[in-house]
Design a protein around this ligand. Sequence first.
Ligand code: ADP
Length: 216
Amino acid sequence: MGVGLIILIGKQGAGKGTQCARLAARYGVPHIATGDMLRAAVRSGSELGGKVAALMDAGHLVPDELITAVVADRLREADAAHGAILDGYPRTLAQAEALEELASPRGVTAAILLDVPTETVVKRLSARRVCEDCQTVYSADPWPPPATCSNCGGRVVQRADDTPAAITERLRAYEQETAPLLDFYRVKGLLAIVDGSEELDEVTRRIVAALDAARA
Ligand code: ADP
């Protein structure tokens, strides 16, 4: 039967990407990260990439229908038949409604809020560096960040949207568009809140405990 669809919600820099990769490995389901998929589209120069590049660099969300179509296609692939870890989707109420249909009849299994104070994520994002090939995350604090990825040898770079202006816009979009999802999942009895300020292994342990409780 598999784990079904698990959603991670949290501010930019809350640690969703790292935790989602761990959960995907643990449960044997794909990690579907919409931001990574869109950045890959931009790099490949596809039609989709051309539509979203400027919006992403400025820290704006891309249109709901467009990202929902991307996620719908991805969920139809064979490896997602028994579940998936969704990272970065849904991010608006319209997307959450659309996902209800995509996830039907089984529905979403659980929504986890990775809770981290804004002050902490601003610090993390400003120092964030990523491998442009495999997306492994590094930090420039303490300085200097590594030049190449220890995982795949790719170049370690700063994301175009980790600038102060784009960080401010992304956090504004989170509060305005994404925070309302918490009530959406709370009233369905699907929301679990995990403190994302703890160290990585402890955060993973708490998410797994919340998921086990939700599935029991
Ligand atoms: P972050 O959460 O740190 O902003 P992501 O890598 O998840 O980073 O997303 C990067 C960008 O991709 C977003 O700022 C937005 O432009 C676009 N994006 C990703 N997922 C969605 C989504 N579900 N809806 C709209 N835009 C999205």
